[in-house]
Ligand binder design. Structure first.
Ligand SMILES: CC(C)(COP(=O)(O)OP(=O)(O)OC[C@H]1O[C@@H](n2cnc3c(N)ncnc32)[C@H](O)[C@@H]1OP(=O)(O)O)[C@@H](O)C(=O)NCCC(=O)NCCS
Length: 164
C-alpha cells in the first residue's frame, strides 16, 4: 500500500537513484534536462510514493518552463520502481499532481513521452511547440488544466530564467 507525500530535500538523492534505476543510462543528457538546469522544481507538485515500510515506489517532479512567452508546467521525470509497475502507481502520481496543478492555478502542462500511455490522462500531441533538439515531435504532448489553455500557444520551449 503506497501513500503519496510531498518530496522533501531529504528525499532528493533517493528520488534521483530511483530515476537512475527506471530510465536508460545517460538520462540527464536528454534535451528536457537542459530546461531544468539551474531552475528550481515546482515543489508543491513534486510528489513521492512510499509503502508502509518506507520504501520508495515512485516519484514525479515538475519544472516551470516557457513556450514562447507563456508559462507552462513541464511534467517529469515520473517513474515507478520496476517491482511496483503496472499497479496504478504511475497513474496515481499523475492524477494527483494534475489535480493539484489545477488547485494551484496552473493552466497547461507539457511533457515528452509515450502518447499511448499519457492519452488516458487527457494528453494529446502538440503542434508548433518546439522542444530543444533532438526531440521526436510525436512525443511532445500537452494537457489543458483549463479548457482551451493550449490554443494559440506555440513556439520554442525555453528555460524560465533564460531571458526568453
Ligand atoms: C511509465 C511508468 C511511470 C508507468 O507507471 P506504472 O505505475 O507502471 O503505470 P500504471 O500502473 O499507472 O499503468 C500501467 C498501464 O500503462 C501501460 N504503460 C506503461 N508504460 C507505457 C508506455 N510507455 N506506453 C504505453 N503504455 C504504457 C501498461 O502497459 C499498463 O497498461 P494496462 O493498464 O492496459 O495494463 C512506469 O512504467 C515507469 O517508471 N517506466 C520507466 C520510466 C519511464 O518510462 N517514465 C516515463 C517517461 S515518459
Amino acid at each position: 500500500m503506497f501513500v503519496l507525500k510531498n518530496e522533501t530535500a531529504e528525499d532528493w538523492w533517493e528520488v534521483e537513484a530511483l530515476y537512475d534505476t527506471c530510465f536508460a543510462p545517460g538520462r540527464t543528457a536528454l534535451s528536457s534536462y537542459r530546461l531544468r538546469e539551474d531552475v528550481s522544481p515546482v515543489v508543491a507538485l513534486c510528489r513521492i510514493a512510499r509503502d508502509e515500510t518506507g520504501i520508495l515506489g515512485g516519484a514525479i517532479r515538475y519544472w516551470p518552463v516557457l513556450v514562447g512567452r507563456v508559462p507552462v508546467l513541464l511534467l517529469g521525470p515520473v517513474a515507478v520502481h520496476p517491482t511496483a509497475q503496472g499497479e496504478g502507481l504511475g497513474a496515481a502520481l499523475i492524477r494527483d499532481t494534475l489535480a493539484r496543478a489545477a488547485e494551484l492555478g496552473h493552466e497547461r502542462v507539457l511533457l515528452v513521452g509515450d502518447e499511448p500511455y499519457y492519452r488516458r490522462f487527457g494528453f494529446t500531441k502538440l503542434h508548433g511547440v518546439e522542444m530543444p533538439p533532438p526531440t521526436n515531435p510525436d512525443r511532445v504532448l500537452g494537457y489543458e488544466v483549463v479548457d482551451g489553455a493550449w490554443q494559440d500557444v506555440t513556439g520554442e520551449v525555453t528555460r524560465i530564467d533564460s531571458g526568453a
